[in-house]
Design a protein. Structure first.
Length: 427
């Protein structure tokens, strides 16, 4: 395999892919953000996905100049595919990346997309941009493939090379080349999809399936709360059966599970079908932040706490544990709802970048301690640092006779928290 590889997009997905190839090949790493290029050239990765040692081991030439892509013949595009404020797919990063790659395309080149899209996007939306930007003809001068990303941010066990890779191509020859390229670094092997649309669909339903399973758990949590039953205890009991699926209720944010289903529903609606189950799951999950906030207020009122004069500490704002990514964080929904009640909210997070949090959400990161105690604590993200706190240490961050503790991820033992003097509520 002597393909010259370009990695377009050096974020949470693209950088690990570039580093994996860079350990055995010479790679051009392209990103439109000069600050990201400067950071990587200095040997640092602010996403935390790649260590400085791993960066040093990879042969990657970082650039934000399109001309530097012209020496390559195998382009991998892994850029964000978010949704807009109306939950409609926003393909602008993908179209922009396609336009940039098109300016570097030559006859014989292959472009592979990893970004999550709806079935048909590669052929219907991306290929026309590649043709227009390059002046070349698809199928005659260049071909494309699709190999959906499966990277799990913050997961140091299931890394890029250890996860079986789905590969597809616009023709049989392209499929074999794409399979060969990825097989050279992915030790888990590859799965050849029959066509690009199948590969696109496979990716988008992976996260849709998780979204729906979590939505079911979230709805059960709402029901059990009205019954006065602890959801975690119910799930532990049900989990004693060998085939019970171990899903848990929670906040579904980030740039995958909380976004990808909207790509599938968008395409379905364009074809005249309203996908009721998928959209119902999305509605449930999108409302869980407000559900947590409102129950926090209810618990405080029950304990006689003056809500209007109270302080609430929120531990964690990233979209998942041990990860600095705050994109589409549903913890923000909790914070906004609490602020609507006039509460002073103190947000803490040892992993989040304070500047990014302020730029994205206009929130300032603070600190909760014995010197700055709060009336209620919400453990919103299961960071290792928060798991390590003892109930007495948590109690030291609060004031009053019966402070409220909201354990969204159920990371602390309920009885120990109650013994420390907390009024406990768990999702």
């Amino acid at each position: 395999m002597n393909r010259k590889i370009a990695m377009v997009g050096l974020g949470y997905v693209g950088l690990p892919v570039a580093v994996a190839f860079g350990k055995t090949h010479s790679v051009v790493g392209f990103d439109i953000k000069p600050t990201r290029i400067a950071e990587l050239r200095s040997g640092k990765d602010s996403t935390g996905e790649v260590t400085s040692e791993e960066l040093a081991q990879a042969d990657i030439r970082y650039t934000d100049q399109i001309d530097d892509l012209k020496s390559c013949d195998f382009f991998i595009i892994a850029v964000p595919t978010p949704v807009d404020t109306g939950n409609k797919p926003d393909l602008s990063p993908l179209i922009g990346a396609s336009r940039s790659v098109g300016q570097a395309l030559k006859p014989g080149d292959i472009v592979v997309y990893e970004s999550t899209v709806y079935p048909g996007a590669t052929e219907e939306d991306c290929i026309p941009v590649l043709e227009a930007s390059s002046g070349l003809r698809f199928g005659t001068d260049f071909t494309v493939g699709y190999s959906p990303e499966r990277i799990n941010p913050g997961d140091r066990e299931h890394t890029f090379t250890k996860i079986k890779k789905i590969v597809s191509g616009s023709d049989e020859r392209t499929l074999e080349v794409v399979a060969e390229v990825y097989s050279s670094v992915v030790t888990a092997g590859v799965h050849r999809a029959s066509c690009i649309k199948v590969a696109e669909a496979a990716k988008v339903i992976e996260n849709t399936q998780r979204d729906l399973n979590i939505a079911l758990m979230n709805e059960l949590s709402v029901v059990f709360k009205r019954m006065g039953i602890d959801t975690q205890e119910v799930l532990e009991a049900a989990g004693s059966k060998w085939n019970f699926l171990p899903f848990r209720p929670g906040l579904v944010g980030g740039h995958c599970i909380g976004v990808d289903p909207y790509y599938l529903t968008h395409k379905a609606e364009k074809l005249g079908y309203i996908p009721q189950v998928i959209l119902a799951g999305r509605r449930i999950n999108d409302n869980m932040g407000r559900f947590v906030a409102r129950n926090t207020i209810k618990q405080m009122v029950a304990q006689g706490i003056d809500v209007a004069r109270s302080r609430i500490g929120v531990l964690g704002i990233t979209f998942k544990e041990n990860c600095p990514d705050t994109r589409n964080s549903k913890v923000v929904d909790i914070i906004r709802e609490l602020q609507d009640y006039g509460v002073e909210v103190i947000v803490c997070d040892p992993h989040a970048d304070a500047e990014e949090v302020h730029e994205e959400y206009k929130l300032r990161l603070g600190e909760v301690s014995a010197a700055q105690p709060v009336d209620a604590l919400i453990i919103a993200v299961a960071h290792t640092e928060y798991k390590a706190l003892t109930p007495l240490e948590l109690r030291g961050m609060t004031r009053g006779d019966k402070p409220v503790l909201i354990d969204v991820k159920c990371i602390q033992p309920r009885q120990a928290l109650e013994s420390a003097g907390f009024c406990v509520w768990r999702l």
